[in-house]
Design a protein around this ligand. Sequence first.
Ligand SMILES: Nc1ncnc2c1ncn2[C@@H]1O[C@H](COP(=O)(O)OP(=O)(O)OP(=O)(O)O)[C@@H](O)[C@H]1O
Ligand SMILES: [Mg+2]
Length: 223
Amino acid sequence: MTDPIVGIICLWLRRACEDIVAAASELTGLDARIGDGDHGINMRRGMQAVADVLETVEADAGSADVLRRTGRRIISVVGGASGPLYGTLLIATADKLGERPGGVLDLARALEHGVAAVGHRGRSEVGQKTMLDTLVPATSALTSALRSGRSGPEAGRFAVAAARAGRDATRDMVAQRGRASYLGERARGHLDPGAASAFILINSLAAALLDQPAAPISADASR
Ligand SMILES: Nc1ncnc2c1ncn2[C@@H]1O[C@H](COP(=O)(O)OP(=O)(O)OP(=O)(O)O)[C@@H](O)[C@H]1O
Ligand SMILES: [Mg+2]
């Protein structure tokens, strides 16, 4: 049986690499304000390594295999906090997806699991001015839109709207994790760089969903 979502996942990661490379200096600028100014550098290094992995992936590789291999590579090449966290996101998504995904809804649910694993690994939760402020609402919006019968492209739009609101909400937060937490009140008024990179990743995912409108939502028609 062919894997119905591996095409979306490869498109997503390739697009994410391009989008992150294009935004690298902006991400570094955000991190220079409340961190150590390396987030764009870390993300560019990680995503270029992902693109290298995708070059070597066999035509018959499954979704979980692609996600696991790219996640491991990010962890091995990125030294900053964001590398292990984004690597964990992809690996835990792969673990939940398993070898027989039925469609886009499986991916959405697996991503929610991956995001929960990020929180576990980072001992973090929504409201602490991190990437989770984008990822949690975005993946939750993606799943609920698909469950309520929306198409992949529509659900992607809901995810992007939730991601944007989540990212923007970090501006008024005081950071409770990472280097930005040392700043206390002085972090207020600045977007969290990880929340900004997470928005780019969700936007890239929505673009991949838009590109593949005929992908099945679920193997189970009743959902
Ligand atoms: N414990 C955590 N849980 C979730 N996200 C986190 C955590 N720590 C840091 N982050 C995210 O990582 C981003 C910073 O990533 P970066 O690539 O700059 O690594 P870093 O400089 O080692 O990070 P930091 O100094 O924040 O620990 C933050 O903006 C935040 O979104
Ligand atoms: Mg940094």
